[in-house]
Write a protein of this length. Structure first.
Length: 199
């Protein structure tokens, strides 16, 4: 058998296996819970890619930002200017900026209250909880409270949670977990954050 024939045969087998998996997959009848976590860059960026995908299908999307505060990012500017996404920036900035635990807890609690309202409303196909894992890491919220909120969401609604250090209980509950791994980052080489790439 020639290399071309051998390759064709292997690809036919791969195709058959893939088609079998697709035919056996079922629709869960509810939105999914997705997590991007890990030390690597791109957790929020990838979630916003899914936002664009959802918008491409005419779906309704909301974003609640837990940490970034008044910091302007390219995605926030774009979605706000074009009115494509319901957007709430509820955090007061990076945790090292506020230096006030009580204020951070109050901000995270208010943000999750808004998130629950959006998730339970039945109006949204996708709700992004940007940097919520940071609020969990610093115990501004408890994982039980967050999982209870996810369980109470509308069947229509998928939820995307981002941020480092997603707790194991949340990972166990989720349908998809992606761990971003940093191999190299320009900041480590003394290069400042770049508009349009980093924010």
């Amino acid at each position: 058998m020639s290399d071309a024939q051998d390759h064709k045969q292997k690809m036919k087998e791969v195709q058959a296996q893939h088609r079998k998996k697709v035919s056996e997959a079922v629709d869960p009848g509810r939105g999914l819970v997705l997590i991007n976590t890990g030390k690597g860059k791109g957790k929020s960026s990838a979630a916003f890619g899914v936002v664009i995908r959802a918008l491409g299908w005419g779906q309704k999307v909301a974003v609640v930002q837990f940490i970034k505060g008044k910091w302007k990012t390219g995605e926030r500017r774009f979605f706000e200017e074009h009115g494509l996404v319901t957007w709430f920036t509820m955090g007061e900035g990076f945790t090292w900026d506020t230096q006030d635990r009580d204020r951070d807890i109050a901000a995270a609690t208010a943000a999750f209250g808004k998130a629950r309202e959006l998730m339970e409303s039945g109006e949204y196909d996708l709700v992004v909880l940007d940097e919520i894992n940071i609020a969990l890491r610093y115990e501004y919220l408890t994982v039980d409270v967050v999982i209870d909120g996810l369980k109470a969401r509308s069947d229509r609604t998928s939820v995307f949670l981002t941020g480092r250090d997603a707790p194991q209980a949340l990972r166990d509950y989720a349908d998809l977990v992606t761990e971003m791994t940093e191999e190299k980052h320009p900041f480590q080489a003394g290069i400042k954050a770049q508009r349009g790439v980093d924010f």
